[in-house]
Design a protein around this ligand. Structure first.
Ligand code: DQA
Length: 154
């Protein structure tokens, strides 16, 4: 997991989590996900977080247990979570259970408009936990999610 970029030291950072296969952004189905890479996502998120006064800690994994461990380890150390749960959105009760643990606001992001795609992508285990859900805005969705999270955090 990346160290939070410097911001106001009294403010806990935002945790940005990206789920499985998002490490392949840029080359994975570019007609659906575009040509920006995960590094572009993290750079955009860090820039946006800094603009709204937060540091950002970013992590991506293809391993569900690792993601859950990171969420547990974040307890008391983060202001909020921005997550693209990727395929786990539609399958993982365990991830949803973990996301409740830190007790911080959550924003859910999808690069594509999942509702325009296959029916199995229309259900999310994460959405009932999220303050907001952004889908179909490409990687700008991460920027919108961070700005909205900062508004919610006040
Ligand atoms: C995704 C949409 C999911 O359905 C898919 O499994 C992903 C990416 C998105 O960002 O559009 O991996 O979360």
């Amino acid at each position: 997991m990346s160290e939070p970029a410097a911001a106001n030291a009294d403010v806990l950072p935002i945790l940005l989590l990206n789920g499985p296969n998002l490490n392949t952004l840029g080359t994975r189905e570019p007609t659906i996900y575009g040509s920006d890479t995960l590094a572009d996502v993290v750079a955009l998120a860090e820039r946006t977080a800094a603009e709204v006064g937060y540091g950002l800690s970013a992590a991506q994994t293809n391993h569900e247990g690792q993601m859950i461990d990171w969420i547990h380890e974040a307890v008391g150390r983060i202001s909020g979570i921005v997550i693209n749960p990727a395929g786990w959105t539609h399958t993982s009760v365990a991830l949803a259970d973990a996301l409740v643990v830190p007790g911080v606001p959550i924003m859910e992001v999808h690069i594509s408009n999942v509702h325009k795609r296959e029916a199995f992508r229309h259900h999310s285990y994460v959405s009932p936990l999220a303050e907001g859900v952004i889908a179909g805005y490409g990687i700008r969705g991460y920027e919108f999610a961070i700005r909205r999270l900062a508004e919610i955090l006040g």
